[in-house]
Design a protein. Structure first.
Ligand code: NAD
Length: 499
């Protein structure tokens, strides 16, 4: 399909795609595919007020009925999967199967949230007082602002929105300024679900388009009690304190610097496959991308040899072609940053394999690059930074303690894994003295999480949790209730206050 056909298949009209101030470029060929209209930051108070009004109605709708809206969203997403997946490829440059996979993730979280809508329950707790009962109930909080990054242009919204909506919270979404089209297309899908649902309050789901200034209005408003922000640590370091200072609840999903430890007993065939997918998939532009390989010195040389061979065979090019495995970086600035980091690593003693600009056999105008494998003498400052591109640093170790120390000695704490067949090593890695990350895997790479688990990380990754498990609690307020069904008024802790 041509760019124009993909835009049309997603129901985007010429009026929406032209005449605006925000130019949207496809990473495939750098072509400007639209000029979309930005939200005026001055309109944000009215948008937030509308969301508050929607909240007053939505919070009283029974949760299973709220779940029906998300069920319909899942149905509409199924019907639009091909078109939206193609638009993710067009706008974010993901290869076709990853574009479709992203929409599948949206469908999966909808299914999860529909089930959740009948499982929003709290505990009952034994009271120390006679004829008393204690319990906890979970209530909606209010509008949830969602600021998302370019690299998961639609899935991150759905992780937040599906949960927030069944939890009784309206949503206001500010996507990355690099990917407004996929957001506009997702809104159209949402609108079809809302139309079928029938009686949802106006303003329940809103989309605002623009850069940090538009996001800032959500960050600053006391009427947006939950602010979920996904992006760089730099962004989180600005947004997080601002939300906290107004007593809002931030959910921060920030950068990662994910590692794999490869132990002497590892199944190297599996490890090589896992490394290739997690280090170069999505052209190294996943928050969970493998960025550091910590290999036991007995297997390090063999791994590097096998990986350089594997890397050389990976097809780089047009992400729309079925055989392509590595598509473009999001833009030329991103490629320039990657090349600069490679030079820094070289100056720190790194031996570089790959990491070159590719111009043959790829669409002209896009930022195509071969993935880089860099053997490092130790973990330097450059290695400790997240570079959002396919650079894999390789370091050696002798003892598991040493490997764990290297793995944890970075500011970020998102995802991690170990390849080992040794049960003691695997369990140590998962123990309190092991990986300090929010995600820790055994014999699986660090990327490509399922939606059933809680997703997020520690330290500069921000501490937020989204998606499965009990992440829904982040979108609700907990209320502890004590009920006295007796005829006396005993006080807790035996306190006497008789008069
Ligand atoms: P980015 O930080 O440049 O932008 C992310 C979003 O924040 C955009 O919508 C942007 O407009 C907004 N923003 C930036 N400054 C802001 C401010 N001061 N106030 C309000 N909003 C502001 O990130 P990016 O380049 O789009 O995405 C890549 C980064 O995102 C990487 O660091 C990656 O690791 C991270 N990421 C993390 C997760 C996760 O779940 N932990 C998921 C995806 C991406």
């Amino acid at each position: 399909m041509t760019h124009a056909e993909i835009l049309k298949a997603n129901g985007l009209s010429q009026a929406e795609l032209t005449g605006g101030t925000l130019a949207v470029r496809s990473p495939i060929d750098g072509e400007v595919v639209a000029h979309v209209h930005e939200t005026d930051a001055g309109d944000m108070p009215a948008i937030i007020a509308k969301s508050q009004e929607a909240f007053r109605a939505w919070r009283t709708v029974p949760a299973p009925r709220r779940g029906e809206l998300v069920r319909l969203l899942g149905e509409e997403l199924r019907a639009s999967k091909e078109a939206l997946g193609a638009l993710v490829t067009l706008e974010a440059g993901k290869i076709t199967s990853e574009g479709l996979g992203e929409v599948q993730e949206m469908i999966d979280i909808c299914d999860f949230a529909v089930g959740l809508s009948r499982q929003i329950y709290g505990l009952t707790i034994a009271s120390e007082r006679p004829s008393h009962r204690m319990m906890e109930t979970w209530h909606p909080m209010g509008p949830c602002g969602i600021i998302s990054a370019f690299n998961f242009p639609v899935a991150v919204w759905s992780w937040n929105a599906a949960l927030a909506l069944v939890c009784g919270d309206p949503v206001i979404w500010k996507p990355s300024e690099k990917t407004p089209l996929t957001a506009m297309a997702s809104m159209k899908i949402m609108e079809r679900a809302l139309a079928r649902f029938g009686d949802a309050p106006e303003g329940l789901v809103q989309l605002v388009i623009g850069g940090p200034a538009v996001g800032e209005a959500l960050v600053a408003s006391k009427d947006v009690p939950i602010l979920s922000a996904t992006g760089s640590t730099r962004m989180g370091s600005i947004v997080g304190p601002k939300v906290a200072a107004r007593w809002g609840r931030p959910i921060l999903e920030l950068g990662g610097n994910n590692a794999m430890i490869v132990a002497p007993s590892a199944d190297l065939d599996m490890a090589v496959r896992a490394i290739a997918f997690s280090a170069v998939g999505t052209a190294g532009q996943r928050c969970t991308t493998l960025r550091r390989l910590i290999a036991h010195n007995s297997v390090r040389a063999e791994l590097v040899e096998r990986l350089t061979k594997a890397y050389a065979s990976l097809p780089i090019g047009d992400p729309r072609r079925a055989t392509t495995l590595i598509g473009p970086l999001v833009d030329h600035a991103s490629r320039d940053r990657m090349l600069a980091q490679i030079e820094k690593a070289r100056a720190e003693g790194g031996t570089v394999h790959g990491g070159q600009t590719v111009t043959d056999g790829v669409p002209q105008g896009g930022a195509y690059i071969s993935p880089a494998l860099i053997e490092m003498p130790q973990q330097t400052d450059t290695v400790r930074e997240e570079t959002f591109a396919p650079i894999l640093y390789v370091m050696g170790y002798d003892t598991l303690d040493e490997a764990l120390a290297i793995q944890n000695d970075v500011p970020q704490g998102l995802s991690s894994c170990i390849f080992t067949l040794n049960m003691r090593e695997a369990e140590t890695f998962l123990s309190a003295a092991g990986s300090d990350c929010g995600i820790a895997n055994v014999n699986i790479g660090p990327s490509g999480a399922e939606i059933g688990g809680a997703f997020g990380g520690e330290k500069e990754t921000g501490g937020g949790r989204e998606s499965g498990s009990d992440a829904w609690k982040g979108y609700m307020r907990r209320q502890t209730n004590t009920i006295n069904y007796g005829a006396t008024l005993p006080l807790a802790q035996g306190v006497k206050f008789d008069f």
